[in-house]
Design a protein around this ligand. Structure first.
Ligand code: FAD
Ligand code: FES
Length: 264
């Protein structure tokens, strides 16, 4: 695994996606070319109001591999400050951190389950798979949210050529209901294929994906979030219980874990 770097980068691109979602590009970042889907960075947003760094998944790497894209939703003080930033302002980036996703075999059909702001690392995963020669049509990208405002970068995902299945609780985009209901239907209809599942999103959704994977025998990985004071395995502020007993640190034993590994 690449040794993390701690580096000051400038915001080279800021894009207001919609409904409190923003995409930022930070460059230069020396290890950008070595970043893998599922890994994250810890950003120090310069403000006297903020003591802790904030964790963000890597959503992509710039074309010339010198910078990183992050997609975030305004949640509290830190993300609000970041959303008000202008091009040229600087942030300190610590990363890449954490265990990445393990890619599927090319014979497997990939089921991606993204919930709300959990989609950036999964978009990076799909992008990397396509770059490595996987057939985009072997990727089923289930993308759930409460309403249309939570489904961002739809056109970009479609351009990648994968099979996109948006699902919203109010039915304003795609199928109406919970994303995991649609995933279950897909698994039941494709029971004779080799399937592999990847998920990132809210806790309830991850628990449902984890249950589905275990009950229907679909292996895969889930990416977890936890409060992350240090991000590098020292403070134990991010521990989660393991099914076999004991605990794991989300920041360095994860954030990506096998389905069934963590007691969700
Ligand atoms: C691995 C990982 C990947 C993530 N990826 C994304 C992503 O791609 N996009 C996205 O939008 N969000 C992502 N998040 C969530 C993101 O980190 C939070 O939304 C963000 O930290 C909220 O910060 P805030 O200042 O806006 O909120 P606040 O409400 O100000 O902060 C949340 C609360 O937690 C406390 N806190 C903040 N940071 C820390 C910390 N490091 N340790 C302990 N306490 C802390 C604050 O003091 C406050 O009480 C990810 C989280 C993790 C763990
Ligand atoms: S955040 Fe400190 S050990 Fe994980």
């Amino acid at each position: 695994m690449t040794k993390p770097a701690c580096h000051d980068g400038s915001l080279t691109k800021i894009k207001d996606l919609k409904a409190d979602y923003f995409s930022i590009t930070v460059a230069p970042f020396p290890h950008a070319a070595k970043c893998q889907p599922g890994q994250f960075v810890h950003l120090q947003i310069p403000s006297p109001e903020l003591f802790f760094r904030r964790a963000f998944s890597i959503a992509g790497v710039t074309e010339n591999k010198d910078g990183l894209e992050i997609i975030f939703k305004v949640f509290g003080r830190g993300t609000k400050i970041l959303s008000d930033y202008c091009k040229g302002e600087s942030v300190n980036v610590l990363g890449p951190l954490g265990v990445p996703f393990k890619l599927p075999s090319k014979r497997e059909k990939t089921i991606i389950v993204a919930g709300g702001v959990g989609f950036p690392p999964l978009m990076f995963l799909a992008q990397r798979m396509i770059e490595k020669g996987y057939n985009p049509k072997s990727i089923q990208f289930f993308y759930g949210g409460r309403s249309a405002g939570d489904i961002v970068e739809k056109a970009r995902l479609k351009r990648m050529g994968l099979n996109l299945f948006p699902v919203t609780e109010d039915g304003s985009v795609g199928a109406r209901g919970l994303v995991t209901t649609e995933v279950k239907k897909y698994i039941m209809q494709n029971g004779d294929s080799k399937l592999r599942m990847y998920a990132c999103g809210p806790e309830g959704m991850l628990k449902a994906v984890d249950d589905l994977g275990q009950k229907l025998n679909v292996p895969g990985q889930v990416s977890l979030e936890a409060p992350m004071p240090c991000g590098v395995g020292i403070c134990l502020g991010c521990i989660v219980p393991l099914r076999k007993g004991g605990n794991a640190r989300v920041c360095c034993d994860g954030p990506v874990f096998k389905i069934g590994e963590v007691l969700l």
